[in-house]
Every structure is written in structure tokens, then in C-alpha cells.
Design a protein around this ligand. Structure first.
Ligand code: CDP
Length: 808
């Protein structure tokens, strides 16, 4: 048999790995044909809305629902008392704590759910919310974690024994009623010894402010209990639908096979949609009670005020070095404000996530990390907002410590990084705090980045600008922000990563149809990352069928294999690996079929792009399409009919993408307005599946980094009022603020991942935040600045300039 197209054309026709294939999901998104939770409309569906607490800390003396119930269209008003007989007035959190579904005797943060109104439409429900009368007795509010640890005011009365003693929490002993856990990694004594005897030591305290992932689509769910068949269907904004199914089964007592959880299209998650929210539970209960479907969709203010926050870490660092700049030790202590309930989304054994990657990209011989979690009167959550669990905090910490150490050493911060990078030949590298980094070539990436921006030239320009400023020739200062980051993504090996006891593997199931098209289902769920495009590309390369002939499905627990979902850039490292492995199982069977069809031994055929060929006789081959047809329609001795495979992948390690970023910024000291002149981002995510999707991920991640570094904050006043609960106050960058990003890459494959890929979606956020922040700080460094806290909004930047005497 002869072929009339070249091998290159065959490769191109697959649109496999490495191809900038256009996103297949965009046709429906750009034409308004997406199907989001709020698009789901079922016959007879009711709508739920919450009565929320205006107070951050108050006892509830009484709740009167009479007026609300009297409003035409109102079907039910649920309070904690109604949920108590079902055991659903509290629910477990992902962090091993428990959280009130509806306020049980007291409220602990502003916006907390107090009652759930169910009505014929959303407007009636909202009107009825206003008619529920709640009598509150205000209590002292604690929004400062340091004061909380000193206070006599007990926030979580449920966590203090009757004799006044403090029982252990999910992560061990607690020192105070408002204390959640202490988590320690590394060697404190040895670290202190090194630091105490070091030639140079830099210390710094920094606050990584509370912020919020703020996805375009807020959280919501539609529950439909079919009492006749005993089946519950739950549509929702879930980043981990299978986990939701398991938790819903445990909470409700409904057997898991009778629960179907569907994540339809999701309009961004960024960590916000990992947790389980009272709205999900209340919509389920309301559907069980009323016997009809019930929808709950929160509004923007509810999303910002009550669903998962991010960060809120008070970090204290000490770093030591020789006079030549070789780092010798690192000490870090974090006071972590977790709000009213510990609802952080972290693997069970890591109560502060992967904060223990805070030694960053540097070869630091000895280190210690201690984290104290604290309750305050703020919303619960603690999710990894576009980063792997707490990695943004860790990278921000070390990248700021490097900058202050450079000041202490009077050394160029780029050079200081070079001196301390983990070297290429040291990989796999075990860091002082325990992680084994899989692969990296940091110096090559760094050199490429510095050369691309002409770093030496930039520093000369900056020096000139300082002189011009001092001479009164300009009112603009110039900052050069540097960051070098290592992410840790792909949780994770089941042996050390689980959530609520569920091991963090992932899965892919493939069915090849007789005509050579395929459907693959995964345990992950895209929230805009383009999985339908890129996972088909992995398969195209692995099984030799065109990506255009492969449908990717995710998010329906009735069809998809069990998986732990999408967050922490785990999809490619874990589900991507499962996809490749399932593809290889298909290929192994296809090889046997091909050998039979070609009448040779299995070992005498080899895979080539889209076919198996007889070794040494390339004109004798069977395409994967031929093989798929034969798999179903030809009796092959010793083989079952069909061509399907499933893989559950437990990764041996996480993957460690890295990158080198440079931001050049001009700042008007009189207005505090920063102008980003240049932003260069070099990312290394190992094997690149779709360069165009990667580019999009980087643009998005950098923009969210800009937001966090330059203005985005969930701020509270002393009374626990949220001051930034609307998009008037909570900064979301627009095209106006976003600069032109220059992207670049190196490729250092992961040695343990089947296709060498590492995650990428979150890297730009992780590296971007310190880069933007360092640019601001660097602009003021020649004038005496050492560290100022984010977010660097115009007012704070102006204050920095003012405090440095730059206003006259
Ligand atoms: O878990 P999540 O999808 O958020 O993050 P990811 O695994 O970093 O993937 C984000 C998107 O980038 C997906 O569409 C991936 O397939 C794609 N990607 C890629 O093309 N090449 C890589 N090496 C990593 C991710």
C-alpha cells in the first residue's frame, strides 16, 4: 500500500503535541452558547437566597421568619434549627475543621449565612430575605490574628471543652482557643545556629494581604432530588465534582451511585470553586424538602464577602549569607489568618499547603518554617488563588528576602540569584525543607531573560534616572522588578497528598469508535484552561488519531472516571499523565491488532505517527483508523473485541515548573501611578503541549498577578466590615492597566512525567506577583526603601514616596 502524503503532513494533520491548535471550546463561548450553572432551568425550579449577617461577631438571640413566609411565592425559610435534625447545620471543611451551614447560635464573620429563603423566583427570594428578622447581640470583633491569639474573646466556642481546656485540632495541639495549629518543617535549632553565626543576616517582616480569586462567574448550584427514583442530581460550579459527590453522599446519607454531580461550563475558578459552600448544601436540602429542583447562585458581593479568600499571611523572615553572597540559612515564621472556620483547601498533611517550598530556586543548606493558623472574624477559605497550595506566598517571601539580602550585601539582586541557584547538575534536588525538585536549568533561563531585556543597560538607565531625579529633571523613578520562581504542581503522589482522605490521583478513560474517532473522559474539569483542546492533542500524538476526531469530556460524575479535579495546575501533571498512559494502553492493543492484520509478530511492527508499520518495510502498514475498525469488526484470535482503555495515574512526584521574569516600571512619585513599560516572562513548563494555550495562560496569570500586587485586596475595618466587597473597590484590571507581555521559554522536561510536561497555568501568577512588587520596591530602593507591603495601589505608592522625603 502506498501513501500519497508525506510524514510531515501526517504529523501536521494530527494537530498533536507542540501544535498551536485553536481552542475548540471557543466557538461556543464566543457565540454565547456556553452552558453555565445559571443557564440551567428545570421545570418547577425554585430559587434560594441567603439572609446574611451584617455583623462580624454576634450572638443570635432570635430569628423570626413569619413575615418572610407570608410573602406570596415564598415556599420555605430554612434556619440552623431545620438543618439540625438532619445533622446538616454544620459541615466538614476540607481542612478537617467544621463550618456552620447556617448560623448556629452565633455569627463569626460579616456575610455569614444565617437563613436560606426558597421562593418561586429570585426576586421574591431577595424580597423575602429582607423580611426575615434576626435579633443580634454584638460581640467583640477580632480581625487581627496577633490580637486574636492574645484575646479572652473565644471565637469558636464549639472548640473549647466544658472544663475550659483546649482539645487538639485536626493538625495537633492548639495553644489558645483562637489558635488552629502549629506546623513546623525543617531544623529550627540548626537554622538559628547558622543565622546567629553568619557574616551577613537580613531580616524582614511582610504581610501578604488577603485577596480573592473573584472569577467572572460567581458560585452556584442547582439541586434536583428525584424522590421516586431516589436520585439526586447536582449541577454546580465545582472544580472537583467527584469530591463533591463523595462529600454529598457522606453528608446526606444518599448512596454515591444515586448522586450525579455535574460541573457544566465554568467561568473561571482560580481556587474559588474548590471548597464546599453552604449554598450547595442548602440547595440540596431545599430540593429534598420541597421535592422540586432548587437553584442557588450568589451575587458578586456575596462571592467577595463569603466565599474562599486567598493569602492573609503575616511572614517573618531571616536569611543569612557569606560576605560573597552565598546563602547559608533561612528561617520563616508565618501567622496565618484563616478566618472564622479553617476551610483552607490544602492536602491533609499540609495545613499551610506547600509553603515549605519557601527556599525557592536556591540551594539553601538549612532552613526552618513554622506556621501558626489563627481564627479571626473574617470569611473562611484559604485557597490557592491561581497557584499551587500557598506557593505564591512562598515565592513572594523568598523573592523579597533575596531583595533585602541584596540590599544588606550591597550586591546586585540578579547576581545574588545567580550565585545561589540550584545548579543543573544537582537535579533531582532535595531541598532543605524536604521537596525533591524533579528537573531544572535555572541559570540558562536567567541568562536568557537578563540578555533579552538588556539588564545591564537597564541598570545604567536606572542610575541615570536617579541622578536626574535628584537634580530635579524628572519626577518619575524607574524600577526593575526581578523574580525567579519554582512552582510545585501536580498534587500529587497519593502517599503524601490527600484531601479528606481522598488520594490525589487522576484518571482518563478512552473509547475509540470503529470509524477511528474517539471520546476521552477525565477526572478533571476545565474552567477556561482549554482542556478539550489540549488533552486531545496529547492523545493525537499518543494514539495517532487526529485531535479533531477526539472529544474530551469532563465534569459529569456519571460518565467520567473518578478524579480529584482541577486546581493547583494539577491537570497536566496528573490527568495529562493519565491521558498519555491510557493512550499507551490503546497503542499496545493496537500493536497486537496491527501485527495480526499484517501477518507478522507483534515485535515486528512499530508505531509511526498514525499507523503501525512493519519494521524495515514501511510500505506495509495499518493506520490507526484501520486498526480501530478491525478492533470491532474482525475476529482476532486471543483478543477481546473493542478498543478502550482507562488509566488511574498516581504520580511518583510533583512537577517543578520554573521561570524568570523581569518588569520595568516608571512611577510618578507625585501621583503614585505606576506605568509598566515592559514585562518579560520566560516560562519553563517542560514539554509544551499547545504553545498558544500556554501563552494565553501566561497572559491571564500575569494579569491576575498585576491585580494582586498593585491593588486587589479584601480589606476589613476594625468592626469586621468588608471594605472592598464590590467591584467598585475590589480592583480587577482592565485592558487599560494591562501591559504588553513579552513571553519566552526554555524546555526542561519532567523526567518522571510520561510526556515530560509540567503544569503552567499558575506559574505566571506565582512569578508575577513578586516581579510586579519588586519593580515598585526597586524604584524606591535607591532612595532608601527596603520593603513596603502590597498591594501597591497609587495611594500606598504615594505614601512610600512621601515617607522617603521625595515630595519636597
Ligand atoms: O490544572 P490546570 O488546567 O489549571 O493547569 P495546567 O495543567 O497548567 O494546564 C493549563 C492549560 O495549559 C491546559 O490546557 C494544558 O493542557 C496547557 N498546558 C500545555 O499546553 N503544556 C504544558 N506543559 C502545560 C499545560
Amino acid at each position: 500500500m502506498k501513501d500519497d502524503i508525506t510524514r510531515e503532513e501526517r504529523v501536521a494533520g494530527l494537530k498533536g503535541m507542540g501544535c498551536s491548535r485553536k481552542r475548540v471550546e471557543d466557538a461556543r463561548f464566543t457565540q454565547g452558547k456556553g452552558n453555565y450553572v445559571d443557564d440551567i432551568k428545570l421545570p418547577g425550579m425554585l430559587h434560594g437566597d441567603f439572609v446574611r449577617s451584617p455583623y462580624a461577631h454576634a450572638r443570635i438571640k432570635s430569628i423570626n421568619i413569619d413575615a418572610a413566609m407570608a410573602l406570596p411565592g415564598v415556599v420555605a425559610v430554612l434556619t440552623a434549627k431545620d438543618l439540625e435534625p438532619l445533622g446538616l447545620h454544620w459541615m466538614p471543611t476540607l481542612a478537617g475543621d467544621k463550618q456552620m451551614v447556617l448560623a448556629d447560635g452565633k455569627v463569626l464573620f460579616q456575610g455569614q449565612e444565617v437563613a436560606f429563603v426558597v421562593a418561586s423566583d429570585r426576586y421574591v427570594a431577595a424580597d423575602a430575605v429582607e423580611l426575615v428578622e434576626v435579633d443580634y447581640e454584638e460581640l467583640e470583633v477580632l480581625v487581627d490574628p496577633f490580637k486574636s491569639l492574645q484575646s479572652d474573646v473565644v471565637l469558636r466556642e464549639d472548640l473549647v471543652a466544658e472544663d475550659g481546656s483546649i482539645p487538639n485540632g485536626a493538625h495537633g495541639p492548639r495553644k489558645h482557643p483562637n489558635h488552629i495549629f502549629t506546623w513546623e518543617v525543617g531544623e529550627e535549632e540548626a537554622t538559628n545556629q547558622v543565622i546567629d553565626n553568619a557574616e551577613v543576616v537580613a531580616t524582614e517582616e511582610m504581610y501578604y494581604h488577603r485577596t480573592h480569586p473573584c472569577p467572572l462567574e460567581t458560585c452556584g448550584s442547582v439541586a434536583s432530588m428525584d424522590k421516586v427514583n431516589g436520585k439526586l442530581t447536582l449541577w454546580g460550579t465545582f472544580q472537583a465534582p467527584h469530591v463533591v459527590r463523595t462529600v454529598a453522599s457522606i453528608l446526606s446519607g444518599i448512596e454515591e451511585h444515586n448522586i450525579r454531580v455535574v460541573s457544566p461550563d465554568i467561568g473561571g475558578g482560580f481556587g474559588n470553586k474548590v471548597g464546599v459552600y453552604p449554598g450547595y448544601v442548602c440547595s440540596i436540602v431545599a430540593s429534598i424538602v420541597t421535592g422540586v429542583p432548587v437553584k442557588w447562585v450568589e451575587d458578586r458581593m456575596e462571592n467577595l464577602m463569603s466565599t474562599a479568600f486567598a493569602r492573609d499571611y503575616w511572614m517573618k523572615g531571616k536569611i543569612s549569607a557569606t560576605k560573597e553572597g552565598k546563602i547559608t540559612g533561612l528561617h520563616c515564621h508565618v501567622t496565618a489568618d484563616h478566618g472564622a472556620f479553617d476551610a483552607c483547601a490544602d492536602p491533609t498533611k499540609f495545613p499551610a499547603g506547600f509553603m515549605n517550598i519557601c527556599t525557592g530556586s536556591y540551594d539553601i543548606p538549612v532552613a526552618y518554617l513554622g506556621v501558626d493558623g489563627v481564627y479571626t472574624n473574617k470569611a473562611p477559605g484559604g485557597v490557592s488563588y491561581r497557584c499551587s497550595f500557598r506557593v505564591t506566598e512562598a515565592v513572594y517571601f523568598i523573592e523579597r528576602m533575596i531583595e533585602v539580602l541584596a540590599i544588606e550585601l550591597n550586591m546586585d539582586p540578579a547576581k545574588l540569584r545567580s550565585i545561589n541557584f540550584i545548579k543543573k547538575e544537582q537535579f533531582p534536588y532535595t531541598a532543605a525543607l524536604g521537596w525533591e525538585y524533579d528537573s531544572g536549568d535555572y541559570q540558562t533561563a536567567w541568562d536568557k531573560a537578563l540578555a533579552a531585556v538588556d539588564y545591564t543597560g537597564l541598570r545604567a538607565e536606572q542610575a541615570q534616572r536617579v541622578e536626574d531625579f535628584k537634580a530635579g529633571k524628572t519626577r518619575k523613578v524607574m524600577g526593575i522588578g526581578l523574580s525567579f520562581f519554582t512552582e510545585i504542581v501536580g498534587a500529587g503522589p497519593v502517599k503524601n497528598c490527600d484531601i479528606l482522605g481522598m488520594g490525589m490521583f487522576d484518571s482518563c478513560e478512552i473509547r475509540i469508535h470503529p470509524t477511528g474517532s474517539a471520546v476521552a473522559r477525565l477526572g478533571t474539569i476545565s474552567q477556561g484552561q482549554g482542556h478539550a483542546t489540549t488533552f486531545a492533542q496529547i492523545l493525537a500524538t499518543e494514539i495517532g488519531l487526529p485531535a479533531d476526531s477526539i472529544t474530551i469530556e469532563e465534569g459529569d460524575t456519571d460518565t467520567a472516571p473518578y478524579g480529584l479535579g482541577t486546581y493547583g495546575s494539577r491537570s497536566t501533571p496528573v490527568a495529562g499523565a493519565a491521558t498519555a498512559m491510557a493512550g499507551r494502553k490503546i497503542r499496545a492493543k493496537a500493536q497486537m491488532i496491527a501485527a495480526y492484520l499484517l501477518e507478522v509478530h507483534d515485535d515486528d511492527v512499530e508505531f509511526d505517527v498514525d499507523r503501525f508499520v512493519v519494521k524495515g518495510a514501511p510500505e506495509r502498514f495499518k493506520t490507526m483508523k484501520d486498526i480501530a475498525y478491525a478492533a470491532y469488526h474482525q475476529a482476532i484470535p486471543g483478543l477481546e473485541p473493542g478498543l478502550e482503555a482507562v488509566s488511574y495515574y498516581d504520580p511518583p512526584n510533583m512537577t517543578y515548573p520554573f521561570g524568570a521574569y523581569v518588569c520595568v516600571m516608571d512611577i510618578d512619585v507625585d501621583t503614585g501611578v505606576p506605568e509598566i513599560r515592559r514585562f518579560y516572562a520566560l516560562d519553563d513548563c517542560g514539554t509544551r503541549i499547545n504553545p498558544m494555550v500556554i501563552e494565553g495562560q501566561i497572559h491571564g496569570g500575569l494579569t491576575e498577578a498585576l491585580a494582586v500586587a498593585l491593588g486587589q485586596e479584601i480589606a476589613y475595618d476594625d468592626m469586621g466590615n468588608v471594605k472592598t466587597g464590590t467591584l467598585m473597590d475590589f480592583f480587577l484590571p482592565t485592558a487599560w492597566e494591562v501591559p504588553n507581555y513579552e513571553t519566552d521559554f526554555t524546555v526542561t522536561p519532567s523526567p518522571h512525567h510520561p510526556i515530560g510536561a509540567k503544569g503552567v497555568g499558575e506559574s505566571p501568577h506565582v512569578g508575577g506577583v513578586p516581579c510586579f512588587s519588586n519593580a515598585v520596591q526597586d524604584a524606591f530602593r535607591p532612595f532608601g526603601n527596603r520593603h513596603t507591603n502590597m498591594p501597591h495601589d497609587h495611594w500606598r505608592i504615594w505614601q512610600t514616596a512621601n515617607s522617603l522625603g521625595m515630595h519636597g
